[in-house]
Design a protein around this ligand. Structure first.
Ligand code: NCD
Length: 317
């Protein structure tokens, strides 16, 4: 694999490989001294045109654990503010000897654009409403850890699917691994191309959650909402909010996920988010798994075969 742009274009073998590798890295991130030499001398550059807390930080943590250099381009202070085009910015970073670019942008297709114009690997850290493959992978890793095999599981993805790249990466990844996906939410928050997606749809929370092994709650993306998609936030919470009562529509041992950041009290209540009263919430665990998955992605795309390292050392002697 040259890039990690979408789970739609990633084969189930590649997903298996990434999840298995990530699982083996979970042990490393739990060590008191978190450092392995695998990516020594390699440089990862993060280029985020949209805000982020956990995704950007976990890429940085992942790179550092693997002994790679992690450099962030602060967009607000970069030449982007002087009008530099995306293509020029990307090519500049490549000329600065980055070995991999991790990009987030508000426009769908930006990661592909970057890959088309660069010779170094590109990882999509979220492009518009399109995909967020490492989030999909960390969701799958978390589900796998709790439920074992993904095959045959029913995953309900609840809420603002229309604006969610997380939902799309979940849909492609999970269905490739043999799980089924039900999208639950008001029809105004469903994507236009929903009939082309391998999913079942439900506008009723009760019906949509029935028999669900996993409930993946999406953030209501108020910053992307064109006016008029929802009567009010209160109405939304009442009909689609996940609380200890509505969670009972799903299986009793249903696992609750949320990609974060959460709007507590809107799409999810605090007791569900925090896993109180016997609720199985894996929201913080997802964040930690994000490190392992990103280590796996960086390892896959940036590691240099040991034969060429030996060759380089030999050349020098
Ligand atoms: C998501 C994102 O930015 O796509 N967050 C994340 O990466 N963990 C989801 C969101 O913003 O709602």
């Amino acid at each position: 694999m040259m890039n990690l742009l979408t789970l739609r274009e990633t084969s189930s073998d590649q997903i298996h490989y990434l999840l298995d590798t990530a699982l083996s890295f979970v042990e490393i991130i739990n060590r008191p001294v978190k450092k392995v030499p695998n990516l020594r001398g390699r440089v990862m550059v993060t280029l985020f045109y949209e805000n982020s807390t956990r995704t950007r930080t976990s890429f940085e943590v992942a790179a550092k654990i693997m002994s790679a250099e992690a450099i962030n381009v602060a967009i607000a202070q970069s030449s982007v503010s002087k009008g530099e085009s995306l293509k020029d910015t990307l090519r500049t970073i490549q000329a600065l000897k980055a070995d991999c670019i991790v990009i987030r942008h508000s426009s769908s297709g930006t990661a592909q654009f970057a890959a088309d114009h660069l010779q170094i690997p590109v990882i999509n850290a979220g492009d518009g409403r399109h995909e967020h493959p490492t989030q999909g992978l960390l969701d799958m890793l978390t589900i796998q850890k709790h439920k074992g095999d993904l095959r045959g599981l029913k995953v309900a993805v609840v809420g603002d699917v229309a604006h969610s790249r997380v939902a799309r990466s979940n849909i492609w990844g999970l269905t490739k691994m043999g799980a089924s996906v039900t999208l639950v939410g008001p029809s105004t928050l469903m994507p236009h191309d929903v009939s082309e997606l391998p999913v079942t749809l439900s506008t009723s929370l009760k019906q949509g959650l029935e028999g669900a092994d996993v409930v993946n709650v999406l953030r209501l993306q108020t910053e992307r909402q064109e006016r008029g998609l929802l009567p009010s936030l209160r109405e939304y919470s009442k009909l689609y909010g996940i609380n200890s009562r509505t969670l009972r529509y799903a299986k009793p041992d249903a696992l609750v996920l949320h990609p974060g950041p959460m709007n507590r009290g809107v799409e999810i209540t605090a007791d569900v988010a925090d896993g109180l009263n016997g609720i199985h919430s894996a929201i913080e665990e997802q964040v930690s798994h994000g490190i392992a998955v990103r280590m796996a992605a960086l390892y896959m795309l940036m590691s240099v075969p040991s034969s060429s390292v030996a060759q380089q050392m030999g050349d020098r002697i």
